[in-house]
Structures are given as C-alpha cells and as structure tokens.
Design a protein around this ligand. Structure first.
Ligand SMILES: [Zn+2]
Length: 634
C-alpha cells in the first residue's frame, strides 16, 4: 500500500485488457549497468514489482467492499432494533428468553442482512459504472470532515431518553452521575417503557453496531429504591460492550467474572450478568464490594480510567452541558438515533472513499488524488480502531496542513506530502501496516524501484484491476477464513482453558482467519493472473523463494516485535505514569506505551526479519545477483 506513482498525462477511462510489461531494456545489460544495484534491480524486480502492485490493487478493492458492507450493517442493525423491539415486547409475556432473543438476536441478524445488502449494492454498482469515484460536493466533503472531527472528540452527551417525564430523566441522569463521564455516555439512547416488567425483564441493553440502546421499566424508574440499581445495571452492560468491537471486546472476559463467589443469585446466570451485577454493587458501595470481591473490584476500577482526552473532559460544566444536550435531543423522536447512525457511518465512508480515491489516483497518476485517498483512508481506519479515535482528529489537522503546503502544481512538494501520508497510513493500519512498511523497505533496499520502470505507472495499475468474479471469490475466501479460523480458535482455546477459552479463541481465530483468507486469496489470484500463458512477468520459483523468505521473515519478526513491544511498552508506560501522576496516569501511560511499543517494535522486528530472510543482513549468498544470473531466467 505504500507505493507512489509518478505523474503523467492521465487517461482515466482507458482499460488495458492484457498486461503491458514495462519496457525493460536494462534486463539484457544488467551486468554492466552501474545504476542498477541490488537483487531486484533486474527482471526479477519487474516480476516482483508486478506482483506487489497486483496484491496492493486487490487489497484496496476489498477494503472498498468491506467498508461498504460495514456501513450498511450499522444501518441494518439500527433499523432491525427499531422494528423488532416493540414486536418483542408485545409478543413476550413473562418470557425473558423470547424478548432477549428477538430484540438482541434480531438486531444482530438485521445487521448481517444489512452487510450482505451493502456488498451486493457495491457489486452491482461496480458492474455498471466501472467504479469511478464520484466527485463529492464541497458541502458533503466538509460535512464528512466535521463528522470525523466530532467522532474523534471525547463523548460527553448523556443518553437521550424517550418516553420519560422530566422527573424520570432527572432520576436516570442522577444515577449516571455516579459514573465517570466516559461510562455515563456509554449508551446513547434510553427508553422508559410502561409494563416492560410483564415480559419477564425490568430492563435490557441492546448492543447495536451504531450505538447502544437501553430499555427501562417505568415502575422501576418511579420507585426510589429500584431506579438507581436498574440504571446502573443496564448501563453496566453498555460499558461492558464498549471495550471495542461490540460483544467481541466485552470487558467481562477479564477479572474473574463468571466464576464465584457471586454478588447475587442473578449474577450466576452468565459472565455478562455477573459483570452488570458486580458493577452495580461496586458503584452502590465500593468499600464493601472491594472487601468481598477484590479481583472483580480491581477489574472495574481499571476500566474506570479514561483516555487522557476523556479524562480532561470530565468536568462539572461539561457534564451539565452533556445532560442538557442529551435531554433536548430526546424531545424529538428518533433524532438522536439518526445522529448516532450518521456518526457511525463516517468511519466506513471515509475508508471507502479513501480506498476508491487512492485507486483512482494511482490509475491516473494524479498525486493530489493519491494524497487525498491516503489521508481519508487513514482517518477511516483510525475511527474504526478502539482507542485510536483522537488520532483521526490529528490526521485531519495534519492532512489540511499537508494540502495547504503542497500545491498541486508543485511536484516536489506533492511527492514529499505523499511520503508523509504513507507513514500516517502505515501507523493507521497498526502492526499490519508496520509489517507492510518493513517489507516494502526491504524490497527497496534490494534495489526494487517502485516507479514506472517496474510497472507502477497509471497503465500498470489499471491492468491489475481485479474483475467482479475475483472480488466475489475473495469475499468467499475471507468469510471462509473467518469460519475456519473461528473453529480452529475455539478448538485450541477450549483445549487450553475450557469454555471461556473456546469463546475467546473463536473470536480471535475469526479475525485472524479472515485476514489470512483475504491475503491468501489475493496472493493466489495475483500468482494465477501472472501464470497466464507467455506472461514474462510471472514469478519464477526463485522469486517465490525470495518473497517467501522476506515476507515470512518480516511476519515472524513483526509478530514477535508486536508482542514484546506491547508488553514492554505497557510496563514502561505504567512505571513512568505511576512515578509522575499516580494510578490514573499509570493506566493511561500504560496503554499509550503499549501502542507505541507494539508499533515501533513491529516495524523494527519486521525490518530485521525481512533483512535476515532476504539474506541481505547476514551477508549470505544472495538469492539472485549478477554473478548468479541463472535465477533471472523466466
Ligand atoms: Zn442484565
């Protein structure tokens, strides 16, 4: 993904059906061309460059599809929740499993339907107009930037309550005031429902993809002995789900929840209810809870520390503004819901637009468009990463500065700006981006020039566009990977630590399997494309050897570096934070240190691994060299 293309007159509509190998006169005179130093300077570089370009194009295309599906999923689950919850309440009479299944299961299912629809929509659209990027109007552009900035600011608006009197809202907000601001705002909408308790439940928290919606029984809210407990219990579920990636990142996996001793009979139901009951009890009487359940108390205290921005926002004035805004938005039916859905779309839309613009910029050679694409993409990725949202704001500000200082007609400036954008993009893609950066760096160190001579020209980019069929197969491989990974992860996790291990293993296996499926398919397809009869750019077996060793070395090095860096960085950050600002600062500095350590050692480890893999660092016999010309033959 970290590739630049030099500018040349653009022919955006041109599609080249067959590969047009870059003119490579140097291949014949490799041995005496002093400018071409390095293993990949000759024809091997042409072939590997061609391969890199294909995988990059394919990955960007898949990002477009995944982000479209994600946007539709957010809308789908919100609509599903709106439609199914009233139905569930009407149907369920003293039947808690039925209402839970319909309202929560239905929300998740509607989200999945939305994701499929989003994918199908883009699939159709791409078939029609060859996925040309629509020019967004200035107004839409500005709205998106403002949306991204708002999304990256700390949340301070209290949940909007519908179906409630002012007195009931007051009761609910007062209960939420017992929590730190980032937890008081963990849910976005609440609904007070007369007679909810007849369905068998007094409240429920629905984990939607755009926001969390809480149902509260009216008789409980009117009862001074029960109101606070109910609000704290339901808000606890919202806090639990907000660890990142919804149910995937729930906090209750750590801290001994789901195992005794239990604070109440209801807490024994499952780990989710244990977390909610414990959270409620902790905030009702911290001292007593801490004495009886030290491990669970420590876990609850750990997540009560906010990130630095949210902690700074936790002021009386901000809170009272947040209460007023929350209550006012609740006066207009569905207004808050609509705002939350719109907000949740900013990340996926920025990712989608970023990938589309970057592809178009690469295909037309327009550096300004490439820069826009990279910055949008980074913003979108940061918004999707738990804990990385403030970086989206930083990217937006840095992007405006880059655009201002680099005029489109100044090529040198533009090139420099694109180099900076590459770095931002690598950071926004986390350890994966760092690994890719290390691999690209190693290839450059081996003499591969990512320029027109290796096919990184507008025509070259266009010729590596995957067709619709390839996109669909890639998705199937990704989905297949998630299922396979989930099963494998469940088996391994289950063997290691029983049911909770199986759950966690399945969740992580799913993510790893999806990435493996997608990457595996992209590589498989690019290899197959190149195998087409007589293609001079098909990888030879020695090219594959080189790639395997270099990429394999980078992945292993980056993997080890990520784990070591995260652990070391966290420890170091905690020590520094503890020394200067006590436990709160220790927790914040620990997580900052963990991220910084993981990213920097992922890059360092990846670079070292790639260098060892390619043989460059240990000074081993190079896989290909002027003295070893046999490897250059196709
Ligand atoms: Zn509950």
């Amino acid at each position: 993904m970290l590739i630049k293309s030099t500018r040349r007159p653009s022919v955006p509509e041109l599609r080249i059906p067959a590969e047009q190998p870059a003119p490579a006169p140097e291949s014949a005179s490799d041995n005496d061309d002093d400018l071409n130093i390095g293993l990949l300077a000759g024809t091997a570089g042409d072939r590997i460059g061609h391969f890199v370009r294909g995988v990059t194009q394919e990955s960007l295309q898949h990002l477009r599809y995944i982000s479209a599906a994600n946007a539709f999923q957010n809308v789908g689950s919100a609509l599903g929740s709106l439609a199914l919850t009233p139905l569930a309440i009407r149907l369920a009479s003293d039947n808690a499993p039925l209402i839970g299944g319909l309202a929560i299961g239905g929300t998740v299912a509607a989200g999945a339907v939305g994701a499929v629809l989003g994918y199908a929509w883009l699939y159709r659209k791409d078939g029609k107009d060859e996925h040309k990027v629509k020019e967004f109007s200035k107004a839409a552009d500005t709205a998106l930037s403002v949306g991204a900035a708002l999304q990256s600011l700390p949340k301070f608006v209290y949940p909007s309550v519908v179906g409630a009197t002012d007195a009931q809202i007051e009761t609910i907000y007062n209960a939420l005031d017992k929590l730190p601001l980032h937890q008081a705002t963990a849910s976005s909408t609440m609904q007070v429902i007369p007679g909810l308790v007849k369905t068998g439940i007094s409240g429920m928290a629905q984990p939607g993809d755009s926001h969390i919606h809480v149902l509260l029984d009216e008789s409980y809210i009117n009862n001074p002995n029960r109101a606070e407990g109910l609000v704290l219990h339901e808000q606890a579920h919202a806090v639990d789900y907000s660890g990142g990636f919804g149910l995937l990142g729930a906090h209750n996996w750590k801290g001994g929840f789901g195992t005794g001793p239990f604070v109440s009979g209801y807490a024994e139901t499952n780990r989710y209810e244990d977390f909610a009951e414990s959270f409620e009890a902790y905030h009702t009487d911290p001292e007593a809870f801490r004495l009886a359940f030290p491990e669970k108390a420590a876990a609850i205290e750990k997540i009560s520390h906010a990130d630095p921005l949210s902690a700074a926002a936790d002021q009386a004035g901000v809170r009272s503004a947040g209460r007023r805004i929350g209550a006012t938005l609740g006066k207009v039916p569905l207004l808050r819901t609509g705002l939350e859905i719109a907000g949740s779309l900013v990340g996926p839309i920025q990712t989608h637009r970023g990938a589309s613009k970057l592809i178009e910029g690469l295909e037309s050679g327009d550096q300004a468009q490439q820069l826009d694409g990279k910055l949008n993409l980074a913003t979108g990725l940061f918004l999707g990463l738990p804990g990385a949202r403030p970086l989206a704001l930083a990217t937006g500000i840095a992007g405006s500065a880059l655009r201002l200082t680099s005029r489109e007609n100044n090529e040198a400036h533009m090139e420099q700006a694109n180099k900076w954008a590459n770095r931002v993009l690598a950071v926004s893609a986390g350890p994966v981006g760092m690994t890719v950066g290390a691999i690209v760096g190693e290839m450059e160190a081996n003499g591969l020039k990512m320029d027109e001579s290796k096919g990184f020209s507008p025509d070259g980019w266009q010729s590596s566009r995957p067709g619709k069929g390839a996109m669909l197969k890639g998705t199937l491989a990704t989905v297949g990977g998630t299922i396979g990974g989930a099963l494998l992860g469940a088996a391994v996790g289950g063997a290691l630590s029983g049911t909770p291990g199986a759950f966690l293993g399945a969740l992580w296996g799913q993510a790893a399997g999806g990435v493996t499926g997608l990457a595996g398919y992209s590589i498989h397809r690019t290899l197959k494309e190149a195998k087409k009869e007589g293609d001079p750019l098909a990888l030879t077996s020695s090219d594959k050897q080189f790639l395997k060793k270099t990429v394999g070395g980078a992945v292993v090095g980056a993997g080890v570096g990520t784990v070591a860096g995260a652990m070391g960085g966290r420890l170091l950050g905690q020590m520094v934070g503890q020394a200067f600002g006590g436990p709160g600062a220790a927790s914040v500095m620990g997580s900052v240190g963990g991220w910084v350590g993981a990213l920097s050692l992922a890059y360092g480890g990846g670079k070292l691994g790639a260098g060892i893999g390619s043989g460059r660092i240990l000074g081993k016999e190079p896989l290909q060299s002027p003295e070893n010309p046999g490897l250059q033959a196709s």
